[in-house]
Design a protein around this ligand. Structure first.
Ligand code: AMP
Ligand code: GLY
Length: 429
């Protein structure tokens, strides 16, 4: 079979879901995931003859030089902010993702805020702070206790939504004193917004944007949004919170001006622009943050509601000539329930044997995306904080929810953590 060869860089549930969607793309023959996990190392049941999925280790550029892929898709943010797309492009690879400069939309919250201010994107009022002496005055200039954010990447830990002004002051001084190293030498201190959050992803080619259905993540470790923040404990899409009218406003007022503004600034954005939004009780969409890559576990549900040639969609964006018509949004719903290791998010304990994977995957509409897993002595064991993203499709949200939880309950490992309330709010608002 002739067809594209695609290299996916990363090792999480996001990358497994991307690999799955790319393999299902008519234009694709071979998907290589590097380094991948136990899931990406095993071709899915029913893979058409002539299609292959493999995982391999190695430095990204070495793997690319060896595989000579027709398209490279970079999963996580760190290599994007470090300029991996620029390096791949210099060597002649077609690579989907933003340049180092454009990736600063995620890599520097102060940069993101400056772009928002310059191009009129609605976002929380903020002040940048670099000096511990200024902290107290800035914090008290906000009526409600503000949110304190380290400027740089901190693997999701650099944001403190303070309950009191005192807590905000302590958090800010802690960051400036070096808690997150250089990522925390500049802080953004901003107004605390209330409302409901949504994740909106757009595939961008530097000028145009194709906006995907909205998803909702569940960031806290425990039910009812209690406990510390995590990378994300579960998602669903489409999110009924984002009505068609609101989706139009988000596209017109936030996504398109951001893409046009970056182009006008001479830093065109190619790749996935992921807007983290707060919808206030008045129904106003505020931009909380930009990410410059697919969300995890948003990708698991987004790829479940797309049909068509995802590989050509991403390749066309990377070429600078977006072809949204090669995919379509299916009239489906998807729910992803994350199974996490004991001790996550602080100190996950790993190495436990996982059972029930095959029985779970046999449930109609279910795909079990691997994240922190590896193969040890022929068995699949836990190897990271977020272990699996049990994802189900359904013709209704209720059906997808029921399938995802039946599958999630079938899988066991010592100390398994999962939330019981993924999508509950949308099912009984
Ligand atoms: P981030 O790491 O920027 O994704 O922020 C993590 C989480 O902090 C977000 O998902 C929100 O739940 C919360 N957050 C960030 N900024 C604000 C804000 N201005 N007001 C309220 N919550 C916020
Ligand atoms: N799930 C949120 C993120 O990927 O940033």
């Amino acid at each position: 079979m002739t067809g594209r060869k695609v290299l996916v860089l990363g090792s999480g549930g996001r990358e497994h879901a991307l690999a799955d969607a790319l393999l299902a793309s008519p234009s694709v023959a071979r998907v290589v995931v590097s380094p991948g996990n136990a899931g990406t190392a095993t071709p899915p049941a029913g893979l058409p003859p002539g299609k292959t999925l493999v995982s391999r280790a190695g430095a990204p550029l070495d793997v690319a030089r060896d595989e000579r892929p027709d398209l490279v898709v970079v999963g996580p943010e760190a290599p994007l902010t470090e300029g991996l797309i620029d390096q791949l492009s210099v060597e002649g690879f077609l690579a989907f993702g933003p340049s180092r400069r454009a990736a600063a939309l995620e890599g520097s919250k102060a940069f993101m805020k400056a772009v928002a201010a310059r191009h009129g994107l609605r976002t929380a009022r903020f002040e940048s702070v670099t000096d511990a002496g200024a902290v107290e005055g800035v914090v008290h200039s906000f009526e409600r206790a503000p949110v304190v954010k380290a400027d740089g990447l901190c693997a999701g830990k650099g944001v403190v939504v303070a309950a009191t002004h005192h807590e905000a002051i302590v958090a800010a001084r802690d960051m400036l004193a070096g808690r997150f190293g250089p990522a925390g030498t500049t802080l953004v201190i901003e107004e605390q917004l209330v409302g409901q959050e949504a994740s909106v992803h757009a595939i961008c080619d530097g000028e145009r944007a194709f906006v995907l259905p909205a998803a909702r993540d569940h960031k806290r470790i425990f039910d009812d949004d209690r406990g510390p923040n995590t990378g994300g404990m579960g998602t669903y899409a489409p999110a009924p919170l984002i009505t068609p009218a609101l989706a139009q406003r988000i596209e017109r007022e936030l996504i398109q001006p951001a893409v046009a503004g970056m182009a006008a600034d001479g830093i065109p954005f190619r790749g996935t622009l992921f807007a983290g939004l707060m919808i206030t009780p008045e129904g106003e969409p505020y931009l909380l943050e930009f990410n410059v890559r697919f969300g995890d576990p948003e990708t698991q549900v987004l790829m479940s509601v797309l049909d068509g040639d995802v590989a050509e969609l991403l390749a066309s964006a990377a070429r600078g000539a977006l072809r949204p018509e090669v995919v379509s949004v299916a009239p489906r719903h998807a729910v992803c329930v994350v199974l996490a290791a004991p001790g996550y998010p602080d100190t996950p304990r790993v190495g436990a044997a996982i059972t029930g994977l095959d029985r779970a995957a046999a449930i109609e509409g279910v795909r079990v995306y691997h994240a922190g897993t590896r193969v040890e002595g022929g068995a699949v064991v836990t190897a990271g904080g977020r272990v699996l993203g049990v994802t189900a499709r359904g013709s209704t949200l209720a059906e997808a929810h029921d399938r995802a939880y039946r599958a999630a309950d079938t899988i066991e490992f010592a100390g398994k953590q999962m939330r019981r309330d993924i999508a509950r709010r949308a099912l009984s608002p």
